[in-house]
Design a protein around this ligand. Structure first.
Ligand code: ADP
Ligand code: MG
Length: 248
């Protein structure tokens, strides 16, 4: 027993959390399966690596700030006619983030823009990318207050350091001239450094309207769409088609 305690303490000192927490099971399994020394050591190293990867994924997912979980597995492609299976698989491969390429999902409410965006965000976190999710409204607030609010400053620093920035709900609310300029500055800074996934209910021609400035809208779109794919998610609202009610 003392030897086990000793071993557990040693694992703690070396930072082998998986082995430390699963020592009994690991030893039991090795006895049961009569593992060779090589296989036994291998199982420990593999377990430790897998455990660390899981922890890192969890940390990245937490830091991304998703409002709720959504997965690509639950995304029903048959419902979404805007995307072929091949395109969906290409997006899932995430090489566009390395590009970096931007992705604009546009369409009316309920067609799955946010679901697809968050699903891709989770996938990216699981594959080692630093991701940040913000709504346009929250982003504008952080941009506006970054100089005086420490939390906003930290958020902006994270955003600037991310591989993938998801900006959800662009165009729902009009923004002021100053806010538009701050947004333009951010988009310029992130160019060729961070992939931007943006969802919007507005067509490009309507950007002038919510930005209140034709020149600014052109300048922002020019940068956003230079290396970019745009998916027009038209069609019916998934919510309306799959309405769930409680009362019978
Ligand atoms: P949008 O952001 O376009 O307004 P959401 O992504 O919020 O729409 O989708 C609304 C609801 O419908 C969510 O609960 C989402 O999970 C679901 N949904 C939309 N499209 C799909 C789809 N193709 N497969 C599965 N669920 C979907
Ligand atoms: Mg949405």
């Amino acid at each position: 027993m003392d030897r086990q305690k000793n071993l557990r303490d040693g694992c703690g000192t070396l930072g082998l959390a998986y082995t430390k927490d699963n020592l009994e099971t690991i030893i039991h399994d090795a006895n049961e399966k009569e593992l060779s020394h090589l296989d036994f050591l291998n199982s420990i190293v593999t377990g430790e690596i897998r455990y660390r990867q899981q922890r890192a994924t969890e940390r990245r997912t937490k830091e991304a700030g998703f409002p709720y979980p959504k997965s690509l597995e639950d995304f029903d492609l048959a419902f979404c006619h805007a995307l072929s299976k091949k395109q969906f698989d290409q997006l899932k491969e995430l090489t566009w983030i390395d590009g970096p390429y931007n992705l604009i999902l546009s369409g009316p409410p309920g067609v799955g823009k946010t679901h697809l965006a968050i699903g891709l965000g989770y996938e990216a976190c699981a594959n080692g990318y630093k991701v940040n999710y913000v709504t346009m409204q929250a982003l504008i607030k952080s941009l506006r207050t970054a100089e005086i609010d420490r939390r906003a400053q930290i958020k902006m620093r994270r955003i600037r350091a991310s591989h993938l920035l998801i900006i959800d709900e662009v165009g729902y609310l009009p923004i002021s001239e100053n806010e538009g300029n701050l947004f333009f500055q951010l988009i310029s800074d992130l160019q060729e450094q961070t992939a931007i996934l943006l969802t919007t209910n507005k067509g490009f021609e309507q950007w002038t309207e919510f930005l209140n400035d034709a020149a600014l809208a052109t300048a922002i779109l020019d940068r956003l769409t230079f290396r970019c794919d745009r998916i027009l998610m038209t069609g019916k609202s998934y919510r309306l088609e799959n309405r769930q009610s409680f009362l019978k």
